[in-house]
Design a protein around this ligand. Structure first.
Ligand code: BGC
Length: 770
């Protein structure tokens, strides 16, 4: 699809060119008056619009500076045929386009510029899966506040984030863009992101409009193959896939993006159940909906719509307000067909007006009529901003998860005087950043080698050898589109590089191995059939480990990988994910103890690909794993994952005790307070995430063996003990039942566990009485 975009972009100009019609609009028409309420301003503006101008507001086009000329877009802007542009990241170009829209178009309606500000804009923060590993909602909010500040200074007033797709299959490349497998954690992180982007008011300086995506169920792609159809029961939809979206709506998210795939045979972009019944009727969402790129036109490709006109009619009727598409005039299902559809009475003017109204409301809401332009000087100050870089370093420290630390190898003893840093990702500026790093200056990213060199005392020898290359069979979507094209697809680097790395390790006192995946190996169109360490990385790890040196494995990746071999042989393993521009510094901080790991896995870590899908909130079976003598449901490997959801070590240890509930029996609708003491039982200061899990023992439907229903971060000095209080309210005790086909809050006995991961053993219980 992306390839077609590039080809078709070239024919854009011709199709957008027609004569400009100039009508006089009073200089200070009512809709320019900021003192009036937004609905009055929209009423006034809409009363002046032609049908073509209305349709224009629903048209969002890509602009790729790499291979498009701005003149291709200009005529459409003058004629009011374009409501929004995406992918323009240069403030001067934004201002150039905006000037045409607000000075030369008849109604002077400003353009809304959108971009995928996913984990930073000029300053790249850890990828979303990493940020979710922090379980730190304040941190997530602060990170997105900075991202919003940088992007909005550039004139981008709309981000296609947060991505809220629950993902339980690490083969799916887009798992890197979300918050992992859990609806409760996902919902908390979703709300924090919306607050970070939009603040109290998206029109206030430094804020922008958020867009929750991809609505909904995209993460359940069969086989982890991106874009594949998702089949999700209503119970799973309401209990697992939708809660983060509902949380975003509750937090006031301004827009939503419809997903690409079929949901239970109805494409999400033509799905009135999702876009109308759930989003608007059940949740009261007031913002507007944009389609994913070309998703309206692709209703035909799906074998759903008859042709592009049918696609436009069905998407608009289902609830897609704006169409995101390439500027080809071919895929623009809305702009090419809506006028005709209205004439043929397949779409009503009222339906068109409703969509236009929502888009205009958003433009007023972000203050575009008052402040349409980017402040170019301010935009320049967003490059390499020291305050933002500092935050990126903190975020990377807090997003890393310490998976193993045998013999307390970490934090490292400063005594080591020669260090071998080995692996194909150790000195890669591109890979430290992660997917969706498209508007930053890659040169400023700090690699692990650079971070370590800056960290160690003078006189310590730090040497680097890549050892192997990472082989792949196919380029990813982003490489095809934006480049650079990968040079070595099937080859691996020669044996001399491998031997050089082993030799370097042999002659060094300490080895830091940096393995994982290139940044483009996860993200859109970057699914894979197995989670094995790609290429000859495992072989290299085996050869280096055989030397018996103190060895730390640092993982740079966007999904859990099969590291079963390493977890019994390599003493220390730190999951850094793609930690962003300050990643190398943050990793060095963690390795040498200037920062303490605080991250927890937001996803269950499988032992191997064969266990996928695996997630902790599974239902009990007739052979529960807790049954005495239970071995495994597989005969070849244990049923349990390599690491449970919520897992992560610190440089200190924590003890939990004194778990109690405020009442042994509560009435329906009453809250139950859960209290627990958490103690730092080690010798270093640390921070723990106390996690509360419940299980409803009986009900109209079976409930998962455990579900996360609360968590809190606790900072503890050595020996310090604090009491954590968490509340289980009606909301936490309610679920959508397949039996009653509705939300239920039922009398039952509830198990409660609190601890440092989803295997927590400290237990109590309470009842909800009739
Ligand atoms: C992705 C969206 C993204 C859009 C615009 C699509 O291919 O699925 O997540 O927001 O492109 O870049």
């Amino acid at each position: 699809m992306i390839l077609t975009r590039r080809l078709l972009a070239c024919v854009a100009a011709a199709l957008l060119l027609t004569n400009t019609v100039a009508f006089a609009i009073p200089e200070r028409a009512t809709y320019f008056d900021p003192s009036l309420p937004i609905d009055k301003r929209v009423d006034d503006l809409m009363s002046r619009m032609t049908e073509d101008e209305k349709i224009g507001q629903l048209n969002q086009l890509f602009y790729f500076a790499q291979f498009m000329k701005p003149e291709m877009i200009d005529p459409g802007l003058r004629e009011g045929k374009i409501g929004s542009l995406l992918f323009v990241t240069d403030p001067a170009t934004i201002n150039r386009f905006q000037k045409i829209a607000v000075e030369q178009s008849r109604l002077k309606i400003p353009l809304l510029f959108g971009f995928d500000v996913i984990h930073g804009f000029r300053t790249i923060f850890p990828v979303p899966l990493a940020l979710a590993s922090s379980w730190d909602v304040d941190l997530v909010e602060r990170v997105q506040t900075i991202a919003a500040r940088e992007a909005s200074a550039t004139g981008i007033r709309w981000t296609f984030a947060p991505m809220l797709d629950i993902a339980r299959d690490p083969r799916w490349g887009r798992i890197v863009e979300g918050a992992g497998e859990d609806p409760f954690l996902g919902a908390r992180i979703a709300a924090a992101q919306v607050r970070g982007f939009q603040g109290q008011d998206p029109a206030s300086p430094g804020r922008l409009l958020a867009c929750m995506k991809h609505f909904a169920g995209y993460g359940a792609a069969a086989g982890g193959r991106d874009y594949d159809a998702a089949y999700i029961s209503d119970a799973e939809l309401y209990n697992v896939y939708l809660p983060p979206f509902q949380a975003a709506v509750d937090a006031g998210v301004g827009s939503a993006m419809s997903a690409y795939m079929d949901l239970n045979d109805v494409p999400a972009t033509g799905n009135a159940f999702l876009l109308h019944d759930v989003l608007r009727k059940q949740w009261g969402f007031k913002g507007f909906v944009v389609s994913d790129a070309d998703a309206v036109g692709n209703l035909v490709t799906h074998g759903f719509a008859e042709d592009k006109a049918d696609a436009a009619a069905r998407a608009l009727t289902a609830g897609v307000d704006m169409e995101m598409s390439i500027p080809s005039g071919i895929s623009n299902a809305y702009s090419n067909n809506l006028a005709k559809l209205i004439k043929e009475k397949r779409v009503t003017t009222a339906q068109l007006d409703e969509a236009v109204r929502r888009v205009l409301e958003a433009k007023f809401k972000v203050g575009l009529f008052e402040n349409p332009y980017a402040d170019e000087a301010r935009a320049a100050s967003m490059h390499n901003n020291p305050e933002h870089r500092k935050m990126a370093r903190i975020a990377a420290q807090r997003s890393a998860v310490l998976l193993r630390n045998e013999g307390n190898l970490l934090p490292l003893d400063p005594k080591f005087s020669s260090i071998a840093v080995i692996g194909p990702l150790a000195d890669s500026k591109r890979d430290i950043r992660g997917s969706w790093s498209l508007a930053d200056d890659m040169k400023t990213a700090v690699t692990v080698v650079e971070g370590i060199r800056a960290k160690v005392r003078s006189g310590v020898k730090v040497e680097y050898a890549p050892g192997v290359d990472i082989a792949r069979s196919y380029p990813s979507l982003f490489e095809l589109f934006f480049g650079p094209r990968p040079k070595l697809w099937n080859e691996t680097q020669g044996p001399e590089e491998f031997d050089k790395a082993v030799k370097l390790a042999r002659s060094s006192e300490l080895v830091v191995m940096v393995l994982g995946q290139h940044e483009e190996m996860s993200g859109e169109g970057a699914s894979q059939s197995t989670i094995e360490l790609p290429g000859r990385q495992r072989e290299l790890l085996e050869a280096v480990s055989a030397l018996g040196k103190p060895t730390v494995l640092v993982l740079i990746n966007g999904r859990p990988l099969d590291i079963s071999w390493a977890v019994t042989r390599v003493p220390a393993i730190l999951e850094a994910w793609h930690p962003g521009a300050e990643g190398g510094n943050a990793i060095a901080d963690l390795l040498w103890g200037d920062a303490t790991p605080v991250g927890k896995l937001p996803i269950t870590w499988p032992r191997s690909s064969g266990q996928i899908p695996i997630y902790y909130a599974r239902n009990l079976t007739q052979e529960p794993e807790s049954k005495p003598g239970f071995k495994s449901r597989y005969w070849d490997i244990p049923t349990s994952p390599l690491y449970p959801f919520g897992y992560g070590l610190s440089y200190t240890s924590f003890g939990y005790s004194n778990l109690r509930v405020s009442k042994g029996t509560a009435k329906l609708g009453e809250s139950v307070e859960v209290t627990v003491d958490v103690e730092n039982t080690g010798r270093r200061a640390g921070e723990e995430v106390a996690q509360l899990y419940i299980h409803q023992r009986s009900g109209s439907a079976s409930r998962p063996t455990r579900e996360l229903k609360g968590f809190e971060r606790v900072v503890l000095a050595p020996g310090e003990k604090k009491t954590v209080r968490l509340t289980l309210g009606k909301r936490e005790l309610t679920y959508w039942s397949s039996a009653t086909r509705g939300w239920v809050h039922e009398p039952a006995t509830f198990d409660v566990w609190v601890g440092g991961d989803s295997n927590a053993t400290l237990h109590t219980e309470f009842q909800i009485a009739r």
